[in-house]
Structure formats: structure tokens, C-alpha cells
Design a protein around this ligand. Sequence first.
Ligand code: FRU
Length: 459
Amino acid sequence: MSNALYRDLKKLAEQTEKNADFSNDNYRLNFHLMPPVGWLNDPNGLCKMGEYYHVFYQYSPFNADGGVKHWGHYRSKDLLTWEQMPIIMYPDQPFDVHGVYSGSALIENDKMYLYYTGNVKLDGNFDYVNSGREHNTVLAVSSDGVSVDYKKLLMKNTDYPENLTLHVRDPKVFKYENKYYMVQGARTKQDKGVLLVFESENKFDWKHINTISTNETFGYMWECPDLFYLDGMWFLVCSPQGVKKQGNHYQNIYSCGYFPLYGDFRNEYKLGEFQELDFGFDFYAPQTFTDGQRYFMLGWFGMPDADYKNPTENWQHCLTSLCTLKRSGKTIYRYPVIEINKLRGKEIKPQDATVFDLEYRCSQSGRIIIRNALVIEWSEDLLSITHINGGNGRNTRKVDVSNINFLRILADTSAVEIFINGGEKVLSTRYYPKDTGIVLPEHGNANIWEMKSLNIVKD
Ligand code: FRU
């Protein structure tokens, strides 16, 4: 499928990627996926088709401050060597001309069905909430997972239930009991975040069958929803906007977490208590997928509209480490995929650590200082991270957690992920350190490995 707009955009994007020169940039990531150039946000269309894992992502190659979104693409057979692929979708149709927004993949009979939101913003004096915007549900079909055979407009704002603003987006599609289901995030006219559930027999015709929400308003909009059955329980993940700060919770401008869902998402249901997925500064819009064996989660290592920034030029943001999910009671544990261990090089001394993987079996309280930039401190039931140098506007975040006995810290050039007790709680933050070395408490038992880079293959 191609038209003149597609062809010109493709040519421009390829030139822009080719001309990008980051040879003097120490903040490009070693083992996190990042944009070849320009801006990245949400992971999209995560799936395994045949022997390839596919990671698509919101990508603006021409504008490192955001801009018109395309779908960038990486694929891998082993989660360690990643091919940087051509952009799979350009904003080249009247129904997606201002952005190929977020969405998901369904794989069936070796075909990739990509569902996404086509964003259109009209010119004029609009509020873009109740007027001036189209959020179209679009299906793009790909036979090879590399290019799109065709795009088809499935639903537009007038096809959605009543009482909604024009904010309806981010379809996540899955098959269950021989039918197809699509969940979308939406903002009602009363500014309440809700989840719309659609059903289909054939992947093309969709019917709204349920709307899921909390009794009390929990944010005005739920972005990037996901609904999945993990180890015997349904979970609804979303990124709510507008949740008020409360103790050590919801410290970022927007939140991200999950509700256990009891009952039937198609009918009578009850949502359990919301739990946050991350307590750092930079984690948003995660998406899950399964290869039939494991459940994976990948997130955006960023936060929209935050007042802290990244000091990088001509590129912004990256994706988180790929994690597997496990359930324990009503809690989802999130932990790096085992493949990441293969990036471990030799064991190193604390004073030599720059890009590293640290496992630390700890006692009740302690403090770790990373590269004279980030202080991690914990006591019986609290862990905090504080940027002391190079936080670029980031300061402190805290998480309530008891019986801290094990920390895993993955530190890339400009990104740190802290997994507490095997992924019970996680904190992710970008940072911009200048010094080398980490300071560990005297007690405890640490292993530190130097980390090798992902193998990124460009053609
Ligand atoms: C979340 C989000 C989505 C939207 C996309 C646009 O970060 O706002 O709701 O589809 O980003 O890039």
C-alpha cells in the first residue's frame, strides 16, 4: 500500500535517520530500545509472529519534541539482537493524517492485524476535547510484519457510545472464547476515565458491549488500556490522567497501574483496588503481550507533559527493559526477561560501575549511591530515590514497601530501573550522571556485572 504522501514521508524519514549523528552523545542507550532519531513514546503492536518478536512504537522522526506520530519498528528473534526496521505506518490517510496513534496487534493465520487510533485535529478555535478532533479506530493488515497491505477505517467518533468526549483511543485487541474483543480508553463528558469494551465475530465489525469504570471518578481519561488474564485472574491496566497525589502515590503528572477485575468484563464486573506499576519518574503507557508461554510487558520510559526533561538533542526517550509478568495474589510482579542476563559481561568492583546490572541481597535499611547522581535509600517499610546531580528537574520519589530483601538495579547510560523483591515494586527513572562508580552499604551481599549492549542491526 502506498500513495504519494507515503512515498515522500518514507524518503524523508530514511534520510533523516541516515543523517542523524550521535557520535558525541553519551546518553544514547546501550540496552534499551530508543528512536533512531527524533521522538519516541508508547510501545505499540507488541507481538510474536512466526520466529520474530515485534516492537512498534510511537515515533516522530522529524521532531524531537513530539509531532506527527508514525509507527517505528524493531524486531528480534532472541530479544538481544534487534533489527531496526523501516517505519511500518505513516500518517498518510485522511483518517490518520495527524498521527498514527497507539494501538495493538492481533496475530492470526500468520497475519498481523494492527488496530490503532487515527488522529485528526481540525484547524480552528477548538478545545480538542469536545470539538475539533477525530479519533478513528483503524485496522491495518500486514502479511509480512514489515509493511502494511491496507488500512481500513473501522469506527469514528459517531460510532462510539454517547456521553463521551472526542477522546476515545488506543485499541487493544485480543481473542477470547472464539470472539474478538477490543478495549479502548475514553473520557466522558463529565471528565471521567472509562474503558469501552467492543466485541466482534470477524475482526472488522465491532459492537460496543460494555463500559467499565470505577464508582468514584479515578482520573478524567484512561489512556492505553490493556485487559488480560494472568495466572488465573483478569487485570485491567491503564494510564489514568488526572489522579490526585495521595501520600507516596500518584506523584507523577499522570499515573499508570492496574485493577484486578472480578466477574465478567463483558457483563457484570467489579474492579479491585488500583495498584501502581511504577514509582519512579518515567514510566507510562505499558503494553502486554504473550508468546503463548510468557506474559511480557514493555513500557514507555517517559512521562508526557512532565516538568522534568531529558537534555538530549535531536532525540527523546526510550523504552523500558522488557519484563515478564507473574501474579502473586492481587499483585503483578514485573521483572526483566531472563535474556537480559546474557548481556552481563564480567563482574566488576563498585568503583568501576557505569553501565551495570546489580543484584543486592540486603538487610533492613541501607543506602546506595549511583554514579554520584542517584541515591537509593531504604528502611523497614519505605524506599526512596533522590537525584543529587543530573536529574534534569527530577527530585525524589518514595514507595511504601515492607521486608525489602533483594534489589536488582539495571543502570544504562541514562536510565535506571530498580526492581524490589523480585519485581513486587519497581522504580524507573532517567538520569544524566557524569561520574563513575557506586557506593554500597557495608553489609549485604552484592554482585555487579558490566552490561553489554543490545545488538542493533541496521541495514
Ligand atoms: C499516551 C498517548 C496515547 C496516544 C499516543 C499518541 O502516551 O497519549 O493515548 O495514542 O500517546 O502519541
